[in-house]
Design a protein around this ligand. Sequence first.
Ligand SMILES: [Zn+2]
Ligand SMILES: [Zn+2]
Length: 864
Amino acid sequence: MSITQLPKEYNPQEVEPRWMGEWQDSMNYFDWDSNKPQYIIDTPPPYPTGNFHIGNALNWCYIDFVARYKRMRGYNVMFPQGWDCHGLPTEVKVEEIHNITKNQVPRAEFRRLCEELTAGNIEKMRNTMRRLAFSIDWSNEYITMKPEYYGKTQHSFVQMYHSGRIYQADHPVNWCPRCETAIAFAEVEYDARKTTLNYFHFGELDVATTRPELLAACVAVAVNPDDDRYNKYVGKEIEVPIFGHKVKVMSDSEVDPGFGTGVVMICTFGDKQDVRWWVELGLPLRKAIDKQGIMTSIAGKYEGMSLAGCKEAITKDMKDTGIIYEQETLDQNVGLCWRCKTAIEILSERQWFVKIDANDIISKSSKINWVPPYMEIRLKNWTGTMEWDWCISRQRIFATPIPVWYCNQCGEVMVAKEEWLPLDPNNSQPAGACKCGSTSFSPEEDVLDTWMDSSISALNVAGWLSRDDVRLPTQMRPQGHDIIRTWAFYTILRSSALTGLRPWDDIVINGMVLGEDGQKMSKSLGNIVMPEEAVKQYGSDAFRQWAAIGGSTGSDIVFSWKDVVAGNRFQQKLWSIVRFCMPHLEDFKPGGDVEYRTIDTWLLSKLNTLIKEATDSMDTYQFDETMKNIRGFAWETLADNYIELIKSRLYGEDVDARHAARQTLYFTVDALARMLAPFIPYFAEEVFSLLHRQSVHQSSWPDVDEAAIDLKAEASGEQVKEITATIRRFKSDKGMALNAPLGRLRVYGRIEDVTDIAGTVSADIEVMEGEPEFEYRVSGVKPRMSIIGPKFRDRAGHIIGALKSADPGSIAQQAAGGAVELEVKGETITLEPAAVEFEREILSEGHAVDVLEIGDVMVVVERG
Ligand SMILES: [Zn+2]
Ligand SMILES: [Zn+2]
C-alpha cells in the first residue's frame, strides 16, 4: 500500500480478514528438528460444543499472547490444539436431537451419531479461533475420538494396569441415576438445599435421618462411645422398623452426639461417611437402589418406586403409624451430577480405578511454577481430601473403550497387548487364547472417564508414543481454576505414573469471565456475550485488548464493552500517529551519524524502558501491565508530547535535525508494532508492513538498548517538555494562536538544547548565562474604592478620574513619601497611601517582559 493512500480511519473489518487470508498456517508450525529452545504449550482441548465461548476466548488470548511473544523471542513454539470429544454432554445432545436413548440404537450407530455431531462442532469452533487470530499450530491438532489419540489413552491404561496403578474392584462409587454412570468425586457439584430431618422410633432407640427411603438398606446404627445415654445399647441387636431385619448398635467416635438424637443409622450408602463406617466396621451390603435409581426387591413393598416416590411413600407410612414422631427443616449440601444436576447416589459396583499417590502429586506439583502462586493451594487442598481412588470406568458409549475382555470359561481378565491397540473390545476378539485354553470372550462394555483422555494431553503433544525424543516437561499449561482438581490433578498424576516426570514447567491459571453485571454469565440472566459479537462490531484486535487489559492473570474478569471500545479507540489513535509518521518514514533507512536532540534521547530512553518493562511483564504473564504501559507510552509520550515537539524539525530545513527525528520515529513505530504483535496481531501486521517486507509475526521482539536508558536524558527531556507546555499555555492565556510568532525569548538556567522548544512555540530563543536583571516600573494606579468612597462621597468620581490621568510614577513617588496630593476641580485633595495600589511591570534590558518560571529555569518573554 502506498503511504499516500493510507485511509484516515483504521478499519478492522477490512484489515483483519485481509491478513487472515494472507497468513499461512505453516508460520506457526513447531519444528521438531530445530535447535532453538522449545516452548511447548499444553493447550486445553475444549469440549466441542460448537460454541467457543468468551471464557475460552479469554484463555486462548492469554495463550496466544505467550505463543506469539515466545516465537518473537526465538523459541520453537508449539501451540497445539486438541479436542476433548468424548463424554456425556454429546451423548445427551445426540439423545435429544434424535429423540432416542443410548440403548435404543446399536452401540456403533450411537457412537457414529456422536462423532458426526462432534466433527461439525469442531469445525465451527475452529473458524472462531482463526478469526480471533490465535496462532495455533494446526499440524499438531489432536482429536480424542480418533483412534490415533484414543489408542494412546488405551496404551496408558495397559501400561498403568501392568505397573499396578490401575485395578478393578467392587467399591462404592458416586453414581448418577439419570446418566446411569459412575462419576468421579471431581465431577460432583454441591448445592445447598433444604431437606427434612425425620425423628423416628427405632426399636428401643430414636434416630434422626434425612433419608428414610434408605431404611431398607440400613445395616447398623451407631452412637458415640462417650455418649452415656446410649452406652448400654452398644453390641445389642435391634429391629429395623417396617422391614424387620435386625442390625447391631455400634459405637464410633465419628458420631456427633449433638446431631439429631445422637443415634445415626448406617445405610449402604447414604453418604461418604456411611462408606467409611461400612469399611471400618466390616458391615454387610444391602443394595436398595439400582443403577437407574429404582428401589430393588429388598425395599419390599416399595420395590419399583423411584427414590423420590419411595421417600414420599415411606415417610407417609411412618408418620401414619407413629414411627416418625417429629420433623424439622434442615439445610443440607447435596452432591449433584456435574452434567445433569441430578442428586448423586453412592452405589457399590465393580469398577476400574486408578490408584492415587497423594504424596507424589504434591511433590511433582511443588516443582511446577504456579501462576499465580496461590492457586497451588487449591491442588494441595484437594489432594489432601482424597480418600478414594479415582474411578475411571463409565457406563456410557461415546468414550475410549477399555481394552479388556473377560474369559467366558474361567472369568479371567484379558487385558489387550499394546501391539493390538487401538481397539474396541466390542468389535474385536483377543489375538490369543485364555490361560484356561478358552477362546470365548466377552468384551468389557464400560468405557473410560474422559479425563483419562485429556490427562495425557501433555504427554501427547510432547510426542509420547509417537517419537523417541519425548519433549517432557512441556513449558506451559494454561487452564481455568475450575478444573484444577480434575485436569491439572489428573495430568500430574498420569505424567508421573507413565514417565516419572512432571508434565509442565509452568501452569498459568486464568480466571472466569463474568457478565457486565458482575454475575456469572448464564442464559437465564441474559448476560452472555459471544466473542463473535464483539468481533463483528469492533474487530478481533479490540476484543483481544479487552482480554489483555481486563484484569490480571488468575483473577476473574468482567466482560466490558467499554474496554473493547477503548481498544478500538486506541487503534484509531495509533493509526493516526502512524499515518502522520509514514510520509517521513517512507523509504527511510535508519543508520548513519545521527545527532539526536534532547527530546529524541528522552523518547529513546523512555522507549527502551518500555521495552525492558514489557519484556519483564511478558515473562511473568502480566499482560495487563504490558498493554497499559504500551498504551500510555504511545498515547501520551509519543503522540501528545514527542510528535508535537518535533513537528517543526520534520518540516524544517536542517537535514541533520530532521534525520534525527525521523530515525527516532522509525525506531519507535517499529518497536511498537513488534510489542503490539502478540496482542493485536492484525493491526501490528498492518503497521509493520508499511516499514518492512517481512511479517511482524516472523520478526523478533525488540531488544533493549541499555545504553539508551539514560535518566539524565529523561530529565532534560522532561524539562524541554515542561518549558514548551508552559510557553504554549502562556500563549493561549494571552489569546495568541499557538503558531503565532512570539518574538525574542531568553532562557536562563541549565538547559542544553532549545531547538525543539523554539520550533514548537515559534520563537527565537537565546540561552543566557547567569541571572537576568530586572527593573520594576509602575505602570498603572488603581484607586481603592473601599477607602475613597466613604471618605469623599460625591467627589469620589472626580478623584478617580484624576488618579487615572496622573502619571503613575509620580503618584507612586508621593505614596512612598507618605501622602498623595491631587488637584481635583481646583481643590487639593490629600489621599493616604492606602487609598491607592499600583500595577507594576517588569523591565529587562529596557523592554517590558513576561517572566515564566519552570523549575530552576526562567523564561523571559519580550512583549511585542
Ligand atoms: Zn447425570
Ligand atoms: Zn479362561
